[in-house]
Ligand binder design. Structure first.
Ligand SMILES: Cc1ncc(COP(=O)(O)O)c(C=O)c1O
Length: 474
């Protein structure tokens, strides 16, 4: 359900699109609009602010709102990626630690890591769960909660898995310290050093880092910014190389924000079955799509337990609580033991607290709100790129999640841009870290889960100016 002011904003936008109000026209005043739509003045004001954030209308002092003569344009998306389809060891990932360390600095504009601003997280409700649990379970909290982890949390997660189309029993689930640990445990269990892992390109750098430290090789597969990994390219790669496993983010991948259609998910499983290869599915953004219906996980099509499903609450509830999970199918015992050997247990208090939060209800309501928030932030940021960045810039149109992937003119080196931005207390993620071979040198990824305000607009203006200058200087 959309909020009333969002519905009014869309109806006003439609009037503009239909030419009822032309560029430069003044919109009717708030009183008039509130009468026309039968809503309160404050609802109209909120709707106008939303359209202003989207660059459709502009306020003129003491005169009201006008249709922009040049609305902020929406740039085109980048083309299908074309990585070198040859397995390679992963290098150059150390830079990422420096980048994430910038998020510890409170005065940075945080566009570099995919971490939502706390405004978008239910911090109050989590706080309440943490303190009530701390009072209720003082004895339990001082002990280990050994793998597979807190039974109530696993029960709550199993119930939620139905939304992704998966029939899951609580005993199928192992709680982990975030999705990153789940991914690492899966890689370690399935593959050994030197083995080849097929991945999307560009790929989430945490996955590349895990492949790097485990001494495996990444095989980057061309990926479409709308429909995800190219199955034709994957099929050729499987024919040619002894791939051990495929590790993908099929729903709202990071950084492309693309989603594999259901028929591709089924076809992917069929293809992997031909070669008897398991799939590591990272579904961390699955709950964060912009349409009402939650997409199915590949795991939902998994009739023969080929999928090891990984996820966490880091993008929707709290990255700091470090609660994730893995549904490892036939690898359950091995992964459970490896989890135990790696870290003995996931911290007890966060497990209890998230179980309590889920039990209280309200997670779905929170998701509905946060999906709308992320969609709006993404839309505003895309338009800001259209307004402030060089004309040839391309941007993805994610269908969920909250990051955008930006292709800058060829001459712009994103590492240089990143360094200049850091000097201005702005963090961005340079494209090189999303590839095993530091491809994507003229790409950047931006985190849109930040409140749109003057500081953020200024940061976008600064980044745009730097990109213009690097484009001219090179
Ligand atoms: C695709 C993807 N997988 C996994 C992770 C890591 O998640 P967690 O913080 O739960 O370990 C991230 C975080 O950015 C991510 O974007």
């Amino acid at each position: 359900m959309h909020k009333l002011y969002e519905i009014i904003a869309r109806q006003l936008a439609e009037r503009i699109d239909q030419g009822l109000y032309l560029p430069g026209d003044r919109l009717p005043g708030v009183r008039k609009l509130s009468e026309q739509f039968g809503v309160s003045i404050s609802t109209v004001v909120q709707a106008q602010r939303l359209l202003e954030d989207e660059g459709r209308i502009e306020a003129r002092p003491r005169s009201g709102y006008y249709v922009r003569t040049q609305p902020w344009p929406v740039p085109n998306p980048p083309a299908l990626s074309r990585p070198a389809t040859k397995p390679t060891p992963v290098t150059g990932q150390e830079l990422v630690l420096r980048l994430v360390q910038a998020t510890n600095e409170t005065d940075f504009v945080q566009l570099g890591t995919a971490v939502p601003h706390s405004n978008f997280l239910p911090t109050r409700a989590i706080q309440r769960s943490l303190s009530s649990i701390a009072r209720k379970y003082s004895h339990e909290l001082s002990t280990y909660q050994f793998p597979p982890g807190n039974p109530e949390l696993r029960r709550q997660i199993a119930r939620r898995m139905a939304e992704a189309g998966c029939q899951t029993h609580p005993d199928d689930i192992i709680i982990t310290s975030g999705c990153q640990e789940a991914l690492t445990l899966c890689l370690q269990t399935i593959a050994k050093p030197g083995d080849i892992i097929a991945i999307e390109s560009p790929a989430f750098y945490g996955l590349l880092q895990a492949i790097e430290v485990l001494g495996m090789k990444a095989l980057e597969i061309p990926t479409d910014p709308h429909t995800g990994i190219s199955l034709a390219a994957l099929s050729l790669a499987l024919e040619k190389w002894p791939v051990k496993t495929c590790a993908l983010v099929p729903n709202f991948s990071n950084p492309l924000g693309c989603i594999m259609p259901d028929e591709n998910k089924q076809a992917l499983l069929d293809l992997l079955a031909q070669y008897d290869i398991p799939l590591i599915e990272d579904d961390i953004y699955g709950d964060l799509g912009f349409t009402a219906k939650r997409p199915r996980a590949v795991n939902a099509f998994n009739h023969n337990e080929r999928v090891l499903y990984c996820s966490s609450f880091s993008k929707s509830l709290s990255p700091g609580l470090r609660i994730g999970w893995v549904i490892p199918g036939k690898y359950r015992e091995k992964i459970e033991y490896r989890k135990y050997v790696t870290s003995l247990a996931t911290p007890t208090l966060p497990q209890y607290a998230i179980a309590d939060f889920l039990q209280q209800g309200g997670y779905d309501r929170h998701l509905r709100q946060v999906r709308r928030d992320y969609q709006r932030q993404v839309s505003v940021m895309i338009r800001a790129v259209g307004k402030y960045f060089p004309q040839e810039t391309r941007v993805t149109q994610p269908q969920g999640g909250f990051v955008i992937w930006i292709e800058l003119p060829k001459k712009v080196d994103s590492l240089q841009l990143c360094q200049q931005a850091l000097a201005q207390r702005i963090s961005i993620a340079p494209g090189q870290i999303f590839s095993a071979t530091q491809k994507y040198r003229n790409f950047i990824r931006l985190n849109c889960a930040q409140p749109w305000n003057e500081a953020l607009e200024k940061a976008m203006i600064t980044l745009g100016r730097m990109a213009h200058e690097l484009n001219k200087a090179a």
